[in-house]
Design a protein around this ligand. Structure first.
Ligand code: PLP
Length: 351
């Protein structure tokens, strides 16, 4: 097992950074009159009181997550979507113009976009034909400037879980950060890598409220990692990255986990039905196994089918320009009625 030392990979400017100190973190005790943050003590035109800056460390939200996820609050970072965590990780560990990240296409697009915004090079090792990590090709792609490896499992857009043994090998052999993006884990029916944080100091697990929890509009995502890594993310994040309204609504959602779980069950059931029905269409060439809330489907002419579905007011994701995804559409599982409408459109499609 390669030894991981956070200080070896943290950018010098981040090490030296004196973070922004927000008004409310500069006193202790119970003040009654808040004249420290240039807020508006009168309140706003709204009936709800959002005139005060929100808790920068989202303590209440984290208290609830601690119970659900069985980790300590110090292991949790809350981001404005997991996209914010992706960007902050790159900014914390990768020196622009010098360092690089490693990704495994076809995969989620924001790893590459965030790296490019930060002038960080992107190394790519394609997944194998069956969408697994290509173990032999990975080691040669890594050099001393490779700081982060992004692994997406279940993978977007292919939908499959990556082999745990391959991921574990990366965690053991790589001296940088291994990010396991579990945006779709709640649909996968397996445990999270969160429970391995104690074993792997270089592990970061990303999760989100945008998928199984149905809250993409709120923008809340999480990074789970060692206290040291979480401290770095908190040090460089914008002080009030999660609005007060968002914190309240997210907490309310987390208090109703059973409702979210019920919907996940329905979606998984609907996915099974769609897969069964898709098999009957001659223009469907391959249906890939999915551990997520979407199905990647290879068809005879993806561009044509994509445009046809649009003409029926149904929008799916055309992934044909992604490597290994020729003529493939990624179709999100919808409500039972939306899925019936999709299948009706398929029935009337003249390939
Ligand atoms: C694999 C993966 N990770 C992260 C995200 C972004 O999630 P969030 O909405 O939390 O920013 C997505 C969104 O589609 C995704 O597919």
């Amino acid at each position: 097992m390669v030894e991981f030392n956070l200080n070896n990979i943290l950018r010098e400017n981040v090490k030296k950074l004196i973070p922004y100190s927000s008004a409310r973190s500069e006193f202790e005790g119970d003040a009654q009159i808040f004249l420290d943050a240039n807020e508006n003590s009168f309140g706003s035109p709204l009936t709800k009181w959002y005139n005060r800056y929100p808790d920068p460390l989202q303590k209440q939200l984290k208290e609830k997550l601690v119970l659900i996820k069985n980790v300590t609050a110090q292991n949790i970072f809350v981001g404005n979507g997991s996209d914010e965590a992706i960007d902050l990780l790159i900014r914390a560990f990768c020196n622009p113009g010098i360092d690089n990240i490693l990704i495994f296409p076809p995969t989620y697009g924001m790893y590459e976009v965030s790296a490019e915004i930060n002038d960080v090079a992107v190394r790519k090792v394609l997944l194998t034909e069956n969408f697994q990590l290509d173990a032999d090709a990975i080691q040669p792609a890594i050099d001393a400037n490779t700081k982060i490896i992004f692994v997406c499992s279940p993978n977007n857009p292919t939908g499959n879980l990556l082999d745990a043994k391959d991921i574990e090998h990366l965690l053991k052999s790589f001296a940088g950060i291994v990010v396991i993006d579990e945006a779709y884990i709640d649909f996968a029916g397996i445990g999270s890598w969160i429970h391995r944080l104690d074993e792997y100091p270089n592990l970061v697990v990303l999760q989100t409220l945008s998928k199984a929890w149905g809250l993409a509009g709120l923008r809340i995502g999480f990074a789970y990692a060692s206290r040291e890594i979480i401290n770095v993310l908190n040090k460089i994040k914008p002080p009030y990255n999660i609005s007060g309204a968002t914190q309240q609504l997210a907490l309310q959602a987390l208090q109703n986990e059973d409702i979210a779980k019920e919907k996940v069950c329905v979606l998984i059931n609907e996915k099974g039905k769609l897969i069964t029905e898709f098999k009957d269409f001659s223009f469907v060439k391959q249906i890939y196994d999915s551990n997520a809330n979407f199905i990647l489907v290879k068809v005879n002419d993806a561009n044509h089918l994509y445009r046809y579905l649009l003409s029926k007011n149904i929008v799916v994701r055309n992934r044909s320009n992604q490597p290994l995804c020729e003529n493939s559409l990624r179709i999100t599982v919808g409500t039972p009625q939306e899925n019936i409408d999709l299948l009706d459109a398929f029935k009337n499609y003249k390939a």
